[in-house]
Design a binder for this molecule. Structure first.
Ligand code: MLT
Length: 405
């Protein structure tokens, strides 16, 4: 008789965004005449930039001709894309990352979930609280998190690093020693970030205690302040302690196309074993690569026209972020984020719980957001709104919140 992976039974509820989707669907069924504006999941709304569409069309045509057709992609991604990533995201910033340290993937969500597979089960993970739920849930599935305490809503074997208004949403170095540290800056969900000097402290700490930092840089394109690092490899010593995850979803609108990359430096080792070789083995065995046409679209992101068009797209979303931030602040809400990130993090008014505020916002203003408590216990009493809506809807949503809440 087969047995299941019982660690899956430990998972709490359903995936946060699936749960919100179900709640909204139920509300719509009961209130078919009410319109709603979705500022919940961080999914983009602007069409792909023209330069990307052109690259896709060209690549599709290539697939239709025997002499330019492409079958399986190389295990670790096409050279043209790995070079473009290494040159533009790293070398251009003075960071020592080479193309053969870039592993092309179908997105940062998958990489952030899969990367834990190359680490031993008894590694201790440290996460910010609140946190992108994929980091925790995938470690639950792997049996690494211990038991769940329903009262504190925490896992016994996870080290939580609270990020609240009291510490300006910046994690402090953990008191217990972790083996794997998940950091995401600019942060999802709080929209906060840390300076290069602060990130350097994390790198020094990880090197000192022999931990690996899994650094999720998915929101890097939204950085506006000069002292905020665009990659962890701006810090000295990061090559021996950090894996970085990159996404094309937020900077180039690829949420539906799927493309990302993991950077695993060859200097990152456990004894004689390089994590690069483990990840290469895993990638080669379990993955057949992002499609050729999508990798060609990814290459177009780094063309001069691509850079110019995507700068405009990011500015469009950041204009939404400013609209939300200023609109709510003027209305008396306590807000943060939105300066180096497309997320605005607000304190729920009147001591409402995050889910109470979710219900209130949906029923009174017709606006969907994400309850802070869905990201972890320190998110309770907070709420996230995304700047990825259309500008028209963003303006409408803020007006409705101001009128009705
Ligand atoms: C979010 O809303 O937190 C993100 O869109 C989720 C993701 O990128 O997978």
């Amino acid at each position: 008789m087969f047995k299941i992976n019982e660690d899956y039974l430990k998972l709490q509820g359903s995936y946060l965004f699936s749960m919100i989707g179900k709640k909204v669907a139920a509300y719509q069924k009961e209130n078919p005449d009410k319109s709603i504006i979705r500022l919940g999941i961080g999914d983009v709304t602007q069409p792909l930039a023209p330069v990307i569409i052109e690259a896709l069309h060209r690549a599709v045509d290539e697939m239709g001709s025997a002499d330019t057709f492409h079958g399986y992609a190389p295990d670790l991604g096409y050279e043209f894309l790995r070079n473009a990533i290494a040159d533009n995201d790293y070398k251009a910033r003075g960071c020592d990352i080479s193309a053969d340290e870039v592993f092309v993937s179908d997105g940062a969500k998958c990489d952030s979930g899969n990367i834990q597979e190359i680490f031993a089960k008894d590694n201790k993970i440290a996460v910010c609280d609140p946190v992108y739920p994929v980091y925790i849930d995938t470690n639950v599935m792997a049996g690494r998190t211990g038991t769940f305490n329903k009262e504190t809503e925490t896992w016994s074997d996870v080290i939580y690093m609270p990020c609240t208004g009291e510490n300006d949403f910046k994690p402090e170095l953990p008191k217990k020693q972790p083996d794997l540290i998940y950091l995401c800056f600019p942060n999802n969900p709080t929209g906060g970030t840390i300076t290069k000097d602060e990130l350097q402290e994390w790198v020094d700490y990880a090197n000192k205690v022999g931990a690996v930092i899994i650094y999720d840089a998915a929101y890097e394109a939204y950085i506006t302040e000069s002292n905020v690092p665009h990659t962890i490899y701006e810090c000295d010593g990061a090559r021996t302690c950090a894996i970085e995850l990159r996404s094309f979803s937020k900077n180039a609108g690829f949420t539906g196309l799927r493309l990302g990359a993991a950077i695993v430096p060859k200097d990152l080792k456990s004894g004689d074993v390089s994590l690069h070789s483990l990840w290469a083995r895993r990638h080669g065995t379990k993955y057949n690569g992002a499609p050729y046409i999508v990798q060609k679209a990814g290459e177009a992101v780094y063309s001069e026209a691509g850079k110019a068009q995507l700068k405009e797209q990011v500015a469009y979303y950041m204009n939404n972020a400013t609209t939300i931030y200023n609109g709510l602040k003027d209305a008396g809400f306590e807000v943060s984020g939105g300066i180096n990130a497309p997320y605005i993090w607000l304190k729920t008014p009147g001591n409402l719980s995050s889910w109470e505020f979710f219900d209130l916002l949906l029923s009174k203003a017709g606006v969907v957001g994400t309850p802070g408590s869905g990201f972890g216990p320190s998110g309770e009493g907070y709420f996230r709104l995304t700047a990825f809506g259309t500008h028209e809807n963003t303006v409408k949503a803020i007006a409705k919140i101001r009128e009705n809440i």
